[in-house]
Design a protein around this ligand. Structure first.
Ligand code: NAD
Length: 241
C-alpha cells in the first residue's frame, strides 16, 4: 500500500487524483493540501508541513512557486514526489533538480500514457525527417489554463528541435471553452506534410498517470525521473534506484 498526500487537492487535477486514488486498493490518501477551503471527507490542511500522519509520496499539482517550496519541504522530510505542475522557469526547474539529489522525483509536463507515446513518435519522426522538414506545433486548452504555451507543447518543440537539428519549432497556442488539451505537430516539406495529433478527452488521463508515477517513485532512492522512464519507454542512463 502506497500512502500519498495530494497537494492542490481542491484544484481541478487534485480532485480527480484524490477520487481515483480512493478507488485504488494499492493507494491510501493520507491528506490533501490546499489553501482553498474545501468541504471534503478528506483530512485537508493548508500547508504541507502541517501533515502529521506518515506518508511516502506527495503528488503536486499547484503553481510553480508553491511546487518549489513543497519540493524543499519534501526533501527535508525525505518524501518522494510526483510533480505535474507546469510553467516552471529554468530557475524553478533547477530547484526541483536540486531536491532530486536528496529525494526521488517524477517530473513531467504531461503524465498521460498516450502523450508519452506521442513524444516517442515525435522523436522518431524528427530524427528521420531532419532539417528537410519545417516543424510547427498547435495547442488548444481550456480558458482557465494559466501558462501559455502549455508545458507539453514546449516539450514537443524541444525534442523535435533536438532530434531534427532545426533551430525553430514555433508554437501556436489557443485558449477555448473547456478543451482538456489538444496538441498537433506538423512536419512540412515541399513534397508532403506529416501531422501527428493527440486529444485528451478527460483530465483522468493525467490523474491516472500521476498515480502510476507515485507507485513507481516510492521504490527509488533519489533522482529526477521522466514519465517515459515510469512507463518503461526509456531506459535510465545513470542508476537513480
Ligand atoms: P487549479 O488552479 O484548478 O488547481 C491548483 C490548486 O492549487 C488550487 O486548488 C489552489 O488553491 C491550490 N494551491 C494554491 N496555492 C497552494 C498552496 N500554497 N498549497 C497547496 N495548494 C495550493 O489547477 P489545475 O488545473 O488542477 O492544474 C494545476 C497544475 O497542474 C497546473 O500547473 C497545470 O498546468 C498542471 N497540469 C499538469 C498536468 C500534467 O499531466 N503534468 C495535467 C494537467 C494540469
Amino acid at each position: 500500500m502506497v500512502s500519498i498526500v495530494v497537494s492542490g487537492a481542491a484544484g481541478r487535477m487534485g480532485k480527480r487524483i484524490v477520487a481515483l486514488a480512493q478507488n485504488d486498493h494499492d493507494l491510501k490518501v493520507v491528506a490533501g493540501v490546499d489553501v482553498k477551503p474545501e468541504r471534503s471527507e478528506l483530512n485537508m490542511v493548508g500547508e504541507l508541513d502541517q501533515i502529521r500522519g506518515d506518508y511516502a509520496c506527495v503528488i503536486e499539482f499547484t503553481s510553480p512557486a508553491v511546487t518549489v517550496e513543497h519540493a524543499k519541504i519534501a526533501a527535508e522530510q525525505k518524501k518522494s514526489m510526483v510533480i505535474g505542475t507546469t510553467g516552471l522557469s529554468d530557475e524553478q526547474f533547477n530547484a526541483i533538480k536540486q531536491a532530486s539529489e536528496i529525494i526521488p522525483i517524477v517530473f513531467s509536463p504531461n503524465m498521460s500514457v498516450c502523450v508519452n507515446l506521442f513524444f516517442d513518435i515525435i522523436k522518431k519522426s524528427a530524427g528521420v525527417l531532419g532539417k528537410n522538414y519545417k516543424i510547427s506545433i498547435n495547442e488548444t486548452h481550456h480558458i482557465h489554463k494559466k501558462d501559455s504555451p502549455s508545458g507539453t507543447a514546449k516539450f514537443m518543440a524541444r525534442i523535435a528541435k533536438e532530434k531534427s537539428g532545426n533551430a525553430d519549432a514555433p508554437i501556436h497556442a489557443m485558449r477555448k471553452d473547456e478543451i482538456v488539451g489538444d496538441h498537433d505537430i506538423i512536419f512540412e516539406s515541399e513534397v508532403d506534410t506529416l501531422k501527428i495529433s493527440h486529444s485528451a478527452k478527460t483530465r483522468d488521463i493525467f490523474a491516472l498517470g500521476a498515480l502510476t508515477a507515485a507507485k513507481f517513485i516510492v521504490k527509488k532512492k533519489m533522482g529526477l525521473f521522466s514519465m517515459s522512464e515510469v512507463l518503461g519507454l526509456e531506459e535510465r542512463k545513470e542508476d537513480g534506484a
